[in-house]
Design a protein around this ligand. Structure first.
Ligand code: ZN
Length: 218
């Protein structure tokens, strides 16, 4: 049995590569071009998993796949190797945000943890958006003020175009010479985090945003 090794954002990345291949197939590009698209997709996918055993490398190889059914089966097979988002209890979440006596919590029982890169929920009453992510092996949480955006835009986390909200958070970073210094960081991110979790293909910006908010040096 192969152990679980794939994160939600990595499976999303693979799905995106397959969508690109299918798109080239639909456009009837010359065979050599299609072969190049598939080669590149394969290389990019393997790049996501440095140092994996040969068995897993072979499993990830999509060069032999042709039909939609084969691609679906491939994704279905990979889905068996998903690493789950860590289970987190309501008391643990409350402890993460001690300032909120009546913290509104997400319905954890309703969330598929294998399809999560980050956990997020909104409290409409206080206009807060909470974001929880396993940063450097430890669960980290931040709260942001949020304002609905009037127009669709690109999300900073998943880089997709859609319904977004403007979030801002005050960083905990301090400047030695100026104790009153504070910096607010703002971003447009998907209004619906379950949609964002379906589209996010890397955690680069998410982790940068969290580090900056929490005042953690890289
Ligand atoms: Zn997003």
């Amino acid at each position: 049995m192969t152990e679980k090794f794939m994160k939600n954002e990595q499976l999303n990345f693979i799905k995106k590569q397959i969508a690109l291949i299918k798109d080239s197939q639909k456009k009837n590009v010359p065979q050599t071009v299609l072969a190049a698209v598939i080669d590149l997709a394969n290389a990019k996918i393997l790049d996501l998993f440095p140092n994996i055993p040969l068995e897993q490398q072979e499993m990830l190889d999509l060069s032999k796949l042709k039909t939609d059914k084969e691609y679906d089966q491939y994704i279905g097979h990979l889905s068996e190797f998903m690493l789950s988002f860590p289970t987190i209890s309501e008391p643990q979440l409350k402890k993460m945000f001690p300032k909120h006596k009546k913290l509104k919590l997400p319905d954890l029982s309703n969330i598929d943890h294998s399809k999560l890169t980050y956990l997020s929920w909104n409290d409409l009453r206080s206009n807060k958006k909470f974001i929880v992510y396993g940063l450097d092996g430890k669960m980290a949480g931040i709260e942001c003020e949020f304002t609905p955006a009037s127009k669709k835009n690109f999300c900073s986390f998943c880089h997709c175009f859609g319904e977004v909200v403007y979030v801002s958070t005050v960083t905990k970073a301090k400047k030695a010479k100026n104790p009153d210094y504070y910096k607010s960081i703002g971003n447009l991110i998907c209004a619906d985090s379950s949609e964002c979790n379906k589209k996010i293909t890397n955690v680069e910006y998410l982790t940068t945003f969290l580090r900056e908010s929490l005042g953690i040096e890289k």
